[in-house]
Design a protein around this ligand. Structure first.
Ligand SMILES: *[C@@H]1O[C@H](CO)[C@@H](O)[C@H](O)[C@H]1NC(C)=O
Ligand SMILES: *[C@@H]1O[C@H](CO)[C@@H](O)[C@H](O)[C@H]1NC(C)=O
Ligand SMILES: *[C@@H]1O[C@H](CO)[C@@H](O)[C@H](O)[C@H]1NC(C)=O
Ligand SMILES: *[C@@H]1O[C@H](CO)[C@@H](O)[C@H](O)[C@H]1NC(C)=O
Ligand SMILES: *[C@@H]1O[C@H](CO)[C@@H](O)[C@H](O)[C@H]1NC(C)=O
Ligand SMILES: *[C@@H]1O[C@H](CO)[C@@H](O)[C@H](O)[C@H]1NC(C)=O
Ligand SMILES: *[C@@H]1O[C@H](CO)[C@@H](O)[C@H](O)[C@H]1NC(C)=O
Length: 381
């Protein structure tokens, strides 16, 4: 009988421990962490909640000397608040509660400031960015293998946003990555044991340019780049968007420049931004011969009637003799060794009809040599 009693007491105890636990896990905010000095992120579930902010740390000499914390007053986004004292309770509800909180002494001098950002914890639905045509939020590309890349995004039409934080690293860096921003708020640097990547936000506000400072163009990449962009709205809502890739997966050459040699001969060469030597970084070119005119097409190279597609491997300047019936020629390029993106098309169109011949392609041997070299290199890496 005694044992049974004890047992039921135990059950009660376990029950109340579980209740306490449930109560704690039902609290809002669910979590809080510091994104940058003076920037606090609150992970909220949408329910009512409170988060205290301290103006001065308890050890601050002004607090200790005067011990008049009731003289401290607060503003939220520049608007006076009724709450007084060293501690301020931020009221949370749905995605509200974020803002710039400032505290002042009696005489009006600024004592401290904290930006509170709200991260919704059950956001199946993203609110700040919209997906691009590639079915992703971030679109990243590199012009070459030199270690620079760009990522861009599209803001949701009803929101005005800003970059709040950028984290970029080679993904298998297990070591802690530390990121910081300079005084301009535009240039970020992330360092860890094995990588250093710096990123800057373009003036447009929807694109960043990054550089892997330790990248070696001639070596195989063994680890992916992992980039996370934290964006916030003017209402202090925070979301993060990530992407990871090898540079070889996102490389996209710039447009080739086509020039006219004489009345029937055109030529083009590697984009000046492409990595050299070209025998090590060969490109494949694609030519589309267009017979029809397509003056009103938005994209004449892809919308027009293509009569023939030619593929040319070359590590040098390419020339092509244009036949009489061909009204226009479009050329694009891509890395010959990786299945990455084609460049945008470049277009040349026939002005007066002239004399014609057939394809000229040179430098093919060079391309094969380059490919072999790089593949050999890859196996070794
Ligand atoms: C100002 O607030 C931050 C938190 O946002 C705190 O870490 C810091 O100690 C405060 N500064 C002073 C002078 O109390
Ligand atoms: C400051 O005031 C509080 C009560 O308002 C008191 O508990 C505390 O001991 C005081 N501290 C100092 C350093 O005087
Ligand atoms: C305002 O008060 C603070 C501390 O309470 C003091 O450090 C500062 O010098 C004062 N400023 C003025 C303009 O009186
Ligand atoms: C970083 O990671 C390497 C292994 O990848 C390890 O040897 C090293 O101790 C780590 N450094 C720190 C500071 O964690
Ligand atoms: C930020 O980075 C850009 C591009 O790397 C550079 O042109 C600019 O001078 C940098 N700004 C500052 C303040 O360092
Ligand atoms: C990124 O956002 C997701 C919600 O979309 C969140 O669950 C996750 O904790 C965030 N990651 C970081 C590091 O803040
Ligand atoms: C154009 O130049 C090429 C190479 O220099 C030459 O073979 C061809 O005859 C020239 N064609 C005309 C029409 O001048």
């Amino acid at each position: 009988m005694h044992d049974a009693c004890l047992e039921s007491e135990m059950k009660l105890l376990v029950f109340s421990v579980i209740c306490t636990f449930l109560h704690v896990s039902g609290q809002n905010p669910k979590g809080r962490w510091s994104l940058l000095p003076n920037v606090l992120v609150l992970e909220v579930d949408g329910s009512l909640g409170q988060q205290p902010l301290a103006c001065l740390s308890p050890t601050d000499k002004m607090l200790r000397r005067d011990n008049k914390s009731e003289d401290i007053f607060w503003k939220k986004n520049g608007v006076d608040q009724a709450q007084r004292g060293n501690s301020y309770l931020v009221q949370l509800e749905e995605s509200l509660g974020g803002g710039e909180y400032t505290c002042y002494s009696k005489n009006g001098s600024l004592l401290n400031h904290t930006m509170v950002l709200i991260q919704e914890d059950e956001t199946k639905r993203r609110k700040i960015l919209v997906k691009t045509d590639q079915d992703d939020y971030l679109t990243c590309s590199a012009q070459n293998y030199d270690g620079e890349f760009h990522c861009s995004w599209t803001w949701h039409s009803s929101r005005v946003g800003k970059v709040a934080f950028i984290k970029a690293r080679r993904v298998s860096d297990h070591n802690y990555t530390q990121c910081s921003v300079d005084a301009s708020g535009q240039n970020w640097t992330c360092s860890s044991g094995q990588s250093k990547i710096s990123c800057s936000v373009d003036g447009s506000g929807h694109r960043i340019s990054c550089r892997d400072e330790q990248h070696c163009p001639y070596a195989e990449e063994s680890k992916q780049i992992h980039i996370t962009v934290y964006v916030r709205t003017e209402h202090f809502l925070l979301e993060n968007y990530s992407k990871h890739f090898f540079l070889s997966q996102i490389v996209k050459p710039d447009k080739v420049r086509i020039s006219q040699v004489n009345t029937s001969l055109i030529e083009w060469s590697y984009p000046s931004s492409w990595s050299s030597p070209y025998s090590y970084f060969p490109l494949t070119f694609q030519l589309a011969l267009l017979r029809g005119r397509c003056r009103r097409c938005a994209n004449p190279c892809s919308d027009s009637k293509v009569t023939k597609i030619l593929t040319i491997h070359s590590t040098d300047v390419c020339q092509y003799e244009v036949k009489h019936k061909v009204k226009a020629v479009c050329v694009r390029a891509k890395d010959a060794l990786c299945n990455s993106q084609w460049s945008e098309w470049s277009r040349w169109s026939q002005v007066p009809p002239k004399f014609y011949s057939s394809v000229i392609s040179d430098g093919d041997k060079g391309a094969k040599r380059g490919r072999k070299n790089r593949q050999k290199h890859r196996k070794r890496a």
